[in-house]
Write a protein of this length. Structure first.
Length: 387
């Protein structure tokens, strides 16, 4: 009888423990608003694929302190008018944070919503200054280098290669994204002693179109024929511009920032891709760095129909850092995850760049990796060998 009572007590205690553990475990909902359809869909889906690959890996290995991760991704088509209501819906649905949003024009409307609702906007796929205030907004934390750092690196190394400031032209999207990259390049030119920036040819096009004719005409009319064109746009219009510009400029260098979308740009260019330069904010996807090897492995496991690319790698790394912030969070709340991220110091995610945040430092990486298309694929570029 005593043994029966003991067994019953053990079963009851185990049941209470299981029930308690089930009550404690929860699904941590994370939001995302990005272009999942339309001309920029390769970017939104790429970031989403990277995030989901890491979240699935974490969930299959016990979650975060027993909690499973769920990504709720809404389509904004790269349009601010859709991004704002998406943010409102995600926040009202109780997401702990919004992760990997894509684009500058959309960020211009989503950053104020994040701040007003006290909801973290983390790892957005944009290098615009609107997400990089000094001191930083508490509710906006970044992974990647800024567009100013990307175009600044371009200017610095173009000048070092012997190209004169007046031989640089610009092709940019006519909005905050294009402005961010252009202004960064202008700042670099001024720092190098060139102040006559109004002299430089600057062609612009309208977002979500491939209407590049007027922009090309502006550059063709430049007082000095350009030897380099810095491009701040999306892959479809940039590809169209490069194809058309090659008919008039035989030896000009085309330099794109990371947001262009490297894989879709390469595909769209086809035979016109050779020699096109793209700066990246993540390492080369073929790298043997441990974080990149892990990414390729998990992409194969959880998205086996996809090929590795720079966009999904960035999404993967953003998710990885975010999870480390969750692990360090004093509470599984919106404020707690910010405190957890700000506590990260010299975190090694396997890309050779230690990740550190604080209340005054909300950008993890300032690293820019230049690449160039050769024989139909991207290769690391040594700036000093650029001719």
């Amino acid at each position: 009888m005593v043994r029966i009572k003991t067994c019953l007590s053990s079963i009851l205690a185990a049941g209470i423990l299981i029930a308690s553990s089930q009550a404690w475990a929860q699904t941590v909902k994370v939001g995302m608003s990005a272009a999942l359809t339309g001309p920029a869909q390769a970017l939104g889906n790429g970031v989403k694929n990277g995030i989901e690959s890491y979240f699935k890996y974490v969930n299959d290995n016990g979650g975060v302190n027993g909690n499973k991760l769920e990504l709720i991704a809404l389509d904004d088509g790269y349009e601010p008018a859709k991004a704002a209501p998406n943010m409102d819906k995600l926040i009202s649905d109780g997401v702990i944070a919004v992760l990997g949003n894509v684009g500058t024009p959309t960020a211009i409307v989503t950053v104020p919503i994040a701040n007003a609702s006290k909801t973290l906007l983390f790892g957005a796929y944009t290098g615009a200054g609107v997400l990089r205030k000094d001191p930083p907004d508490r509710y906006v934390i970044n992974y990647r280098a800024s567009y100013a750092e990307e175009t600044g690196a371009m200017v610095k190394n173009l000048l070092a290669s012997g190209i004169k400031p007046e031989e640089i032209a610009f092709f940019t999207q006519n909005d905050g994204y294009g402005d961010a990259g252009f202004n960064g390049a202008v700042a670099a030119l001024k720092a190098a002693g060139f102040s006559n920036v109004d002299f430089l040819a600057h062609g612009r096009y309208t977002r979500n179109t491939t209407n590049v004719e007027q922009a090309l005409s502006t550059i063709l009319d430049a007082q000095v024929e350009p030897k380099a064109i810095i491009m701040v746009g999306a892959y479809a219009p940039c590809a169209e511009f490069i194809r058309e510009a090659r008919k008039d400029f035989a030896d000009v260098k085309f330099l794109n920032v990371s947001f262009v979308g490297s894989a879709p740009l390469l595909k769209a260019l086809g035979n016109d891709a050779e020699g096109v330069i793209v700066t990246q904010v993540v390492p080369d996807v073929t790298s043997e760095l441990p974080g990149v090897v892990e990414y390729r492995k998990n992409l194969q496991v959880y998205n086996s129909d996809l090929q590795p690319d720079f966009v999904s790698l960035e999404g993967y790394l953003v998710a990885k850092i975010f999870v480390e912030g969750l692990k360090a969070a004093p509470s599984m709340t919106r404020e707690g995850v910010i405190d957890g991220l700000e506590s990260l110091k010299n975190l090694d995610i396997g890309i050779g760049v230690p990740i550190t945040y604080s209340s005054t430092q909300h950008q993890a990486s300032h690293m820019v990796w230049p690449t160039v298309i050769k024989n139909g694929k991207y290769e690391p570029l040594d700036w000093s060998q650029m001719k």
